[in-house]
Design a protein around this ligand. Sequence first.
Ligand SMILES: [Zn+2]
Length: 102
Amino acid sequence: MESCIACSMPLMQPAEKGCDTKDGPVCIHCAKPEGGMKSCEEVFEGGVAFFVSATGTEDRSLAERLVRKTMNGLPYWKNHPSSCLKGEQASDEEFAAAMAKL
Ligand SMILES: [Zn+2]
């Protein structure tokens, strides 16, 4: 199954895909309306908003660290380093606990 190269969201329905880029498919949340991928900052913000609503946490710094860990684990961001992904990352325990709530 394809997944978004920017945020790792699985693309289970055609409607969930925003566009294809030369690096791979991008989900509707990470694609710009005119095509192509949003900036790292925008993808990051979208991920933080997702984690906050999906896990019900009020701990924004935890959500930021979870998203940073997810994005830093993706090949796309390894090949396209961005300053917005520098900083603290969630531990494996925090990550597993958050995934269990999704
Ligand atoms: Zn995405």
